[in-house]
Design a binder for this molecule. Structure first.
Ligand code: ATP
Length: 215
């Protein structure tokens, strides 16, 4: 049977339970064989100032998915120079996985609003299943704005590829901010990631930094 593989790109700065629970839910609902986590070197749509080095982010993904069946890390996007466009990543994995594989690209519902700015979005949505997962705060999905760049058939397909996943109200922004303030990030990200953040003193770039009592 054809392999069903989802590519899950993100800054993962750091990875958290919102990513992990959503990815597990999508994998189960779409009966995926693999979810490939792809930390992005230079996310085209994000401010890079708070981004820690790719090697740290990849290491935290490794710790977070360790032992989880079907979850793997790939550093393809981290090794590329210049801007990393999703369409190039999908083309690369299509070649690598072979023509039989069914390829999915996972995004959270908040990213739907940004899709219109993605490089060659029309070709991209034709080259894989773009899966939109739920995210708290983005319950009403607005596909209308995409009419400027996608056909009715493409939008219908996008709608049918939405997956209802548990609403986990966690963001990497929240984790970075709490760390700066010296507040606990326990229960937001796996313990191994929390320990890594602490060991490498990540996200502590405010004058106060994390307090020694913060777990
Ligand atoms: P930041 O707060 O730094 O913007 P983030 O928490 O949104 O980061 P990213 O690594 O940018 O995390 O997200 C990668 C992908 O995962 C995006 O498509 C995003 O929509 C999705 N995602 C992130 N957090 C969640 C969540 N809690 N629930 C569902 N999807 C999520």
């Amino acid at each position: 049977m054809a392999e069903r593989v989802a590519l899950f790109g993100g800054s993962f700065n750091p990875i958290h339970f919102g990513h992990l629970i959503m990815a597990r839910s999508v994998a189960e609902k779409l009966t995926l064989d693999r979810v490939i986590f792809l930390p992005t070197a230079n996310p085209p749509h994000k401010d890079a100032t708070s981004l820690v080095d790719g090697s740290h982010r990849a290491q935290m993904v490794t710790l977070a998915i360790e032992g989880e069946p079907g979850f793997v890390l790939d550093e393809f996007d981290l090794r590329r120079s210049g801007r990393t466009y999703t369409i190039d990543t999908v083309a690369h994995f299509r070649r690598r996985l072979g023509s039989d594989a069914e390829v999915f690209w996972i995004i959270g519902a908040d990213s739907l609003d940004e899709l219109i700015q993605w490089h060659r979005i029309s070709t991209l949505v034709d080259s894989c299943h773009m899966v939109v997962a739920s995210r708290p705060g983005w319950d009403r999905l607005n596909f209308d704005v995409l009419r400027a760049c996608l056909s009715d058939a493409q939008i219908t397909r996008l709608r049918s590829d939405c997956v209802d996943t548990p609403r986990i109200d966690i963001s990497a922004t929240q984790i970075r901010s709490r760390t700066r303030q010296g507040r606990s990030i326990r229960y937001l990200t796996p313990d191994a990631v929390r320990a890594y953040v602490r060991k490498h003193n990540l996200y502590a770039d405010s004058p106060a930094g994390p307090t020694s009592s913060a777990p």
